[in-house]
Design a protein around this ligand. Structure first.
Ligand SMILES: C[S@@+](CC[C@H](N)C(=O)[O-])C[C@H]1O[C@@H](n2cnc3c(N)ncnc32)[C@H](O)[C@@H]1O
Length: 448
């Protein structure tokens, strides 16, 4: 019990950084756990508390506002995070007895609050507990509030999804966004085979299943910390979602070619490309951020890749030296990330609808400049992990309107048979609730 109290306090400090200081959840969690030398089960509990509380913020705040004399926004920041974290346990974690979550919240309020706050926390949580089964959420007749509060998504996001898709689709999507995604990894075929990797993982005590679409994909369970695994240190695999793996397959690089990855950090796709090229040829990986390129360097070393050349470069600026030179160009554009909310729930709170306009401008600019690097007969792949048509189809269509030297190329030869029906207007889109992958958009263009 003592170690769980400690875990809750660590989770609270991480949540404070995310919710009050604007830290990214994955980075805040990594920092918060860096010096944690407790048990694996507590590490897993902290991760669950942090991601769960961040994920369900709108729903939790809505319930707190219903039963508290003070609105969430007027409650002391430490105390509102204690309330959110405790309510998350009460509402969503079967394994935690509600009274234990309340008692622990009261203890934390004594440490992080002023006089009287522990009584306030106790009162709010016990009132909610008494009423938990009778909470009435907004009616589906008011679909935006219904989806937003029931599934904890910002109104602007659900509003555009209802408009772009439909209500049923959006509800399934929101539901899937709240599921815990599997840890999918790509086997590094430069160093091992899938069967050998499965054998090793099982020896390391992990439960492994084959991926849904691709041969090099495995889903791993019971994994408290991958960085500690020998198989990870030896570079036998890299965490990567299957939809993200599809991008490199659709690029279809050949051994010996010159590939340019203009928005390449942290290197997930470019290292996959190197793998598909059997580590033969040359890949120039660029990014505007130096610190992110360090991650590409570390990754290529761990995976044993030596055909990647890393360059700090702004993709909006034309590089005269590379015009018409590349066999393949990948534009894996910076985007809103609405397709990866399962993995990064804070996207729901950090992204604003008004960000889209600037992102679309950037995407169009990067695509236009990068197209100059494709040699005649070469290919360009444009991808995002966004679900928004403005960042996807519309960017590509806008590009093609002013570029008659490119056409949409058939991607069906490069994707698994079960996905072929999913191609619409020549583009592939994946969705968490349909494919159980991240949401991706992928287009393959041919230079004439
Ligand atoms: C979707 S991520 C790329 C992920 C990467 N392809 C992978 O698979 O690991 C987009 C990247 O674009 C970079 N970026 C943003 N603006 C850029 C620019 N103007 N020029 C080059 N890179 C940029 C970001 O730093 C980010 O690393």
């Amino acid at each position: 019990m003592k170690s769980q109290s400690n875990a809750r306090e660590i989770a609270l400090k991480i949540l404070y950084q995310i919710n009050e200081k604007g830290a990214f959840s994955n980075i805040a969690l990594h920092k918060g756990l860096r010096n944690f030398n407790g048990k694996d089960v507590d590490r897993t509990f902290i991760t669950e508390l942090v991601y769960g509380t961040v994920k369900w913020k709108i729903t939790l705040d809505w319930v707190i506002n219903k039963y508290s004399s003070r609105k969430v926004n007027n409650i002391d920041p430490w105390i509102r995070n204690i309330l959110r974290m405790s309510l998350y346990q009460v509402m969503f974690l079967d394994k935690v007895p509600p009274f234990a979550a309340c008692n622990e919240a009261v203890e934390l309020a004594k440490i992080y609050g002023s006089r009287g706050t522990s009584g306030f926390v106790n009162g709010v949580l016990r009132t909610i507990l008494r009423n938990l089964k009778n909470i009435v959420y907004p009616d589906i007749k008011n679909p935006e509030d219904y989806l937003s509060i029931k599934y904890s998504h910002p109104t602007w996001m659900v509003k555009r999804w209802i408009k772009n898709f439909n209500l049923t689709f959006s509800e399934q999507l929101c539901k899937a966004n709240n599921n815990i995604p599997p840890l999918t990894v790509r086997i590094n075929t430069l160093k091992t085979t899938r069967d050998h990797a499965i054998e090793l993982f099982e020896k390391e005590g992990l439960k492994v299943n084959k991926g849904r679409f691709l041969d090099e994909a495995l889903n791993i369970q019971n994994i408290p910390s991958i960085a500690g695994l020998t198989s990870y240190k030896e570079g036998l695999f890299q965490p990567q979602d299957e939809a993200s793996m599809l991008v490199s397959h659709i690029l279809a690089p050949q051994a010996g070619q010159l590939i340019l990855d203009v928005c390449g950090a942290p290197g997930g796709k470019s290292t996959h490309i190197a793998q598909l090229m059997r580590n033969k040829g040359k890949i120039i990986v660029r990014d505007i951020f130096k610190h992110k390129l360090k991650l590409v360097d570390m990754l290529t070393r761990r995976l044993g890749i030596n055909i990647i050349q890393i360059q700090e470069y702004d993709a909006r600026v034309l590089d005269e030296d590379l015009i018409n030179k590349a066999d393949r160009v990948l534009v894996d554009a910076p985007c809103s990330g609405t397709g990866i909310i399962r993995r990064k729930p804070d996207i729901k709170w950090t992204r604003q609808e008004k960000d889209l306009e600037a992102l679309v401008r950037l995407q169009k600019e990067i695509l236009k400049v990068s197209s100059h690097y494709v040699r005649k007969g070469g290919y360009l792949v444009y991808s995002t992990c966004s679900l928004e048509p403005e960042e996807n189809e519309e960017v590509v269509k806008n590009f093609l309107e002013s570029n008659d030297s490119f056409i949409i190329d058939d991607i069906s030869p490069f994707i698994p048979i079960d996905l072929k029906d999913e191609i619409k207007d020549g583009f592939l889109r994946t969705f968490p609730h349909i494919h159980e992958t991240d949401g991706f958009f992928i287009a393959r263009l041919k230079r004439l």
